[in-house]
Write a protein that binds this ligand. Structure first.
Ligand code: TXA
Ligand code: MG
Length: 328
């Protein structure tokens, strides 16, 4: 087996091709690359993913090498449907209920992995769990179905940087490092999926997203507990993450000298997440506007975002964007 150092040493230089998802043969081209053990950036409804065949260790190792991702940070396995997930994880009735209600869609579920499932050990970074998600984006589900195996896919950006919401964003971070990007346009949700851990018929929020704890509690009739209350290991939720090059100051009601202000609602700012104060629109715009602000200034200030509903997920990303840039 190749060790990560070998992978880095032989990391190929590619002329990165961008193919529209509407182009004939787009799905086949992606499947061909994945079958050959190469990486392909694919659109999802949340952010673009950097995909590898999840059953191929050497392909999965390339994800870590290309992103510069710490090897202890596990990857999400994307499946075509719940029956594909069943081949790789133990699905309790509560997990089945979550899949039935929220899939396909931006909900990742961490479950106990089946032994000898065939998923490469690097995907789970040594944990006995596997994170599974069925993306809403049809093209990407078609790619997974045609491959016949899950794809491991983190966000398609260099580790710790802003997540990509367009094919151009992927190119900006990974040009020359991967052979193919499938362009599925602008991602509608704009921030990464909600991650829920399920253990002993209890639900734990491991990462907030646009499907909120309240949505999940309402739909299942079960409370969603805090991640501090679980022993499910959730490594990789690093304090500094989603970081622009600029410094980030939060809860700013007006800008200080040299800053660019990202507004929300009544605080207009130089750029605005949502003039009407809509949290879903703000999530859609978050990484886009952070990128734009980053290209214009070395100091970004952001207006307060209400810490409820989808605002909880937005504030989670903003806190990480503003955190000191050294790993904890
Ligand atoms: O919306 C999304 O989830 C996007 C798109 C591409 O699907 N993917 C994404 O992947 O955000 P990534 O790698 O950027 O974030 C995955 C998170 C990490 O924080 C990782 O620690 C956690 O999922 N994770 C993966 N497997 C896990 C496991 N077995 N147990 C606990 N956490 C896990
Ligand atoms: Mg990421």
């Amino acid at each position: 087996m190749l060790c990560p150092v070998d992978v880095i040493l032989c990391m190929a230089i590619f002329e990165t091709q961008v193919i529209s998802e509407q182009q004939n043969g787009a799905v086949s081209a992606a499947v061909q690359q994945l079958s050959a053990g190469n990486l392909v950036a694919v659109p999802t409804e949340t952010v673009y993913g950097l995909a590898a065949d999840a059953t191929e260790s050497s392909a999965v190792q390339q994800i870590y090498a290309v992103k510069g991702r710490p090897s202890f940070n596990p990857l999400i396995s994307h499946v075509a449907d719940a029956s594909m997930a069943k081949q790789y994880v133990k699905i309790s009735p509560l997990a089945a209920k979550l899949m039935k209600i929220f899939w396909p869609g931006p909900l990742t579920i961490v479950l106990t992995a089946l032994e000898d499932s065939g998923i490469a050990p690097e995907v789970s970074a040594g944990l006995d769990t596997l994170a599974v998600r069925c993306p809403a984006k049809e093209t990407t589900r078609a790619i997974i179905a045609k491959l016949g195996r899950p794809i491991a896919a983190p966000s398609a950006n260099p580790s710790g940087k802003l997540s990509p919401t367009t094919a151009d964003d992927v190119l900006a971070g990974l040009r020359g490092k991967i052979p193919l990007i499938i362009d599925g346009g602008d991602t509608p949700v704009g921030i990464e999926s909600t991650i829920i851990g399920v253990r002993d018929d209890k639900l734990y929020l491991l990462r907030p997203g646009t499907i909120t704890s309240d949505d999940i509690a309402d739909a299942t009739g079960q409370p969603v507990l805090d991640r501090d209350e679980t022993e499910i290991s959730a490594p990789g939720q690093l304090l500094s993450h989603y970081a622009p090059n600029a410094s980030v100051r939060l809860n700013a009601t007006r800008k200080q000298q040299g800053e660019i202000l990202i507004g929300f609602g009544d605080i207009a700012g130089d750029l605005n997440l949502s003039a009407s104060g809509d949290l879903s629109e703000s999530a859609h715009n978050l990484f886009k506007i952070l990128r734009k602000a980053d290209s214009k200034s070395e100091r970004i200030a952001v207006a307060p975002i209400p810490d409820r509903g989808i605002g909880i997920a937005i504030n989670d990303r903003l806190r990480r964007a503003a955190a000191p840039r050294t790993e904890p």
